[in-house]
Design a protein around this ligand. Structure first.
Ligand code: CLF
Ligand code: SF4
Length: 506
């Protein structure tokens, strides 16, 4: 069968090469067949799936019923978006047409989410009319919603009616004292409630909604915004509690606060966490909970694979002009999904085959999804990867983001990502190259290695001078295989003894 060639479509025949094989694969292995089937094509609920499947958001929900200190409603919901205005607010009919247009054009688009720019459940008519129409017209698309939780309990039944299987609740605290520093007010029973009392109501509603959803078997992801000095010490407790109540995944995201966004925190100079602080907190929560590490803090109108935005291809005027045959599209989409599922199943089967004996006990061999090798004597190393579709496939100067992996004796695991501006656009913008390169190096400063498909002479030197080793030797290799290979090289070269370079970066 010939599948359509999509620019951003991952190479589904590339074996483990196209996927993520580390800790997330282990998490997937530990799931029941039922749960695995429900998350395996959701790019947010499965790290593995995010290499293969795309999501889209439709911005049908402008209003909100609470105020968060990190949000300015002129901009996207900071819970689920990076700052920037939503390009087009949509009515339900428009949102449905856009969804069908995207799904027909990008067959790996598996999930439609409503995530703002306000709160979807504060706009129930628009949100549920969109879901109602899509459940009828596009039954092959998973529906997903993200909410602050204030009115969640009263909509659990309706969410279940439209077979909405994935719900995200943003829970930043379980203590009203902490909450009062995040939420100045909520709108509750036709009046504004302020401070601690507002936070207490919100927390109670969130917890109740979480319990009701999990009791109905709906998968719940909890998002938390990490706000240094406000809820950083509190989030491990949040993680413990939401896990105990049945949440499936916890996504701790960094606060985005810049004065130019006009948010209270931005104007007041509240700082955002550093990447190392975010990772440390995620690590601290991980003992109790599955942690999401690949969130890209999407716009409320994002389209495409996580980390890319193809929204400009689907503006209202463009989708009006499109001829959409959704019946035919569903056939193509089903074929693509079956092919990806078969490919992943084959990889898992291979992974469960007995591992070859280790040639030397010190070096890790790449065994996708296999039992972890015996610990070797080498410290963990952070490596940034310019990646596409699960491969080391991007020129350093063209990378718009870097995935950050931690390589250690236990294997390679994704621990985050860093945004970058591509400075080598080959046009007049190259005039700012020095500035952009300096910012990229700053963003990667806790990494020891950068893996990319190619890199120029000048950035090579600048990275080395900053203590970051560029590496273009593993172009087009699967990410984890490349990361482990480099870690092994460092180990053999004696660069991973305790106290060597990484310690200075901590
Ligand atoms: Fe959208 Fe959110 Fe559904 Fe995903 S995003 S409503 S669960 S389909 Fe995903 Fe984007 Fe992170 Fe959200 S990467 S911001 S977690
Ligand atoms: Fe903004 Fe979302 Fe908070 Fe509402 S819930 S104030 S839209 S961040």
């Amino acid at each position: 069968m010939d599948l359509p060639v999509i620019e951003s479509s991952p190479p589904v025949t590339a074996g483990c090469s196209a996927g993520s094989c580390g800790s997330t694969a282990s998490q997937m292995d530990g799931l029941s067949d039922d749960i695995r089937a429900r998350v395996q094509d959701h790019p947010c609920y499965s790290e593995e799936a995010h290499h293969y499947f795309a999501r889209m958001h439709v911005a049908v929900a402008p209003a909100c019923n609470i105020q968060c200190h990190y949000c300015n409603r002129k901009y996207d919901c900071a819970n689920e978006s990076r700052p920037g205005v939503v390009s087009e607010l949509l009515m339900p009919d428009q949102a449905v047409r856009k969804t069908l247009a995207v799904a027909a054009t990008i067959p790996q688009m598996s999930v439609l989410g409503i995530a703002g720019p306000g709160d979807p459940l504060a706009n129930p008519q628009r949100t549920f009319e969109t879901f109602r129409q899509l459940a009828l017209q596009a039954p092959d698309i998973k529906l997903c919603v993200s909410t602050n939780g204030l009115v969640l309990p009263e909509y659990v039944e309706e969410l279940a009616r439209y077979d909405i299987d994935h719900v995200t609740i943003t829970i930043n605290c379980v203590d009203p004292e902490v909450g009062a520093r995040i939420y100045p007010w909520i709108f509750w029973k036709n009046q504004r409630v302020f401070g601690r009392e507002a936070a207490a109501i919100l927390i109670e509603q969130q917890q109740k909604g979480l319990e009701m959803l999990t009791a109905r078997g709906i998968l719940v992801k909890v998002n938390s915004v990490l706000i240094p000095g406000v809820n950083d010490h509190h989030l491990p407790e949040v993680s413990k509690i939401v896990k105990a109540k049945g949440a499936f995944l916890h996504n701790v995201m960094p606060l985005i606060a810049e004065a130019g966004h006009g948010t209270f925190y931005g104007v007041m100079g509240q700082r955002s966490p550093k990447p190392a602080e975010l990772k440390a907190l995620q690590d601290a929560c991980e003992g109790d909970m599955n942690m999401m590490r690949h969130c890209r803090q999407c716009r409320a109108d994002a389209v495409g694979l996580l980390g890319e935005d193809r929204g400009a291809e689907f503006t209202l005027d463009k989708i009006e002009a499109m001829d959409i045959d959704y019946e035919a599209a569903m056939v193509v989409r089903a074929e693509l999904r079956a092919q990806i599922a078969a490919d992943l199943a084959e990889k898992r089967a291979k992974a469960h085959a007995p591992a070859a004996p280790q040639v030397t006990p010190q070096v890790i061999h790449f065994q996708p999804h296999a039992a972890k090798p015996a610990p070797a004597a080498g410290r963990p190393v952070l490596m940034a990867v310019a990646a596409k579709n699960g491969l080391v496939a991007v020129h350093f100067g063209h990378a718009k983001e870097f995935l950050v992996y931690e390589a250690s004796a236990s294997g390679a695991r994704l621990v985050g990502h860093r945004k970058a501006e591509s400075y080598c656009a080959g046009d007049e913008n190259c005039g700012d190259a020095d500035l952009v390169l300096a910012r990229t190096i700053q963003a990667l400063k806790d990494c020891e290695v950068v893996l990319c498909s190619r890199i120029g002479y000048e950035p090579w030197g600048e990275l080395e001078a900053a203590g970051i080793q560029p590496n273009g030797e593993h172009a087009m290799q699967p990410i984890e295989e490349a990361v482990i290979a480099v870690w092994n090289e460092m180990l053999v070269a004696g660069r991973l003894t305790a106290g060597s370079t990484a310690a200075k970066r901590a």
